[in-house]
Write a protein that binds this ligand. Structure first.
Ligand SMILES: Cc1cc2nc3c(=O)[nH]c(=O)nc-3n(C[C@H](O)[C@H](O)[C@H](O)COP(=O)(O)O)c2cc1C
Length: 158
């Protein structure tokens, strides 16, 4: 029996996660990004992680074009930034401070960690594509992660 989509979304929302903003760029080097919690560490040797990207996101073609992406672990005061990068049809980077990393992807100021990856593999995942990234650079910058559970943001206790 196929599970109802709304029910599936509800059940998945019970898995508590952190929140990332995945950044990438188009062929001209323009930055793009989206909020994503479908992220996992994958392998230490070689150093791999994975993300799952909806085939309908605006920046979908950028992963193919640039073959690079960044992962920004959000800090607990960045919930508005998370909402911004989950909103379609806006200039997401307007007014947002960031630096370009060595691979040319946006590394957002205030994030709890920055990771830069080259695309190592892409796999079919239904309405998403699973991108495996080979980690080129990674740095911890903070210790107050933004958490997501049942559609709401949370902070760790002080
Ligand atoms: C907490 C949270 C987690 C999300 N996780 C993902 C994800 O893992 N993969 C994905 O493709 N979209 C995810 N989204 C939805 C995208 O951020 C959203 O569709 C965004 O508008 C896509 O940007 P674009 O179409 O303007 O490029 C998430 C949204 C939120 C708020």
């Amino acid at each position: 029996m196929a599970i109802d989509q709304r029910e599936l979304r509800n059940v998945m929302g019970n898995f508590a996660t952190g929140v990332t903003i995945i950044t990438t760029k188009n062929a001209a080097g323009k930055p793009f990004g989206l909020t994503a919690n479908a992220f996992s560490s994958l392998s230490l040797d070689p150093p791999l992680l994975l993300i799952c990207v909806d085939k309908k996101v605006d920046c979908y073609a950028c992963f193919d074009e640039s073959q690079v992406f960044g992962v920004n672990f959000l800090s607990d005061d960045q919930d508005q930034l998370s909402n911004r990068f989950a909103t379609k049809g806006i200039e997401k980077f307007e007014g947002v401070s960031y630096q370009l990393g060595e691979l040319g992807v946006a590394l957002l100021d205030g994030a709890a960690a920055h990771i830069e990856c080259k695309v190592a593999n892409a796999y079919e995942g239904g309405d998403h594509t699973i991108y495996v990234g080979e980690v080129q650079n990674a740095k911890v910058l903070g210790d107050r992660p933004l958490l997501f559970f049942r559609g709401k943001y949370f902070k760790l206790p002080q």
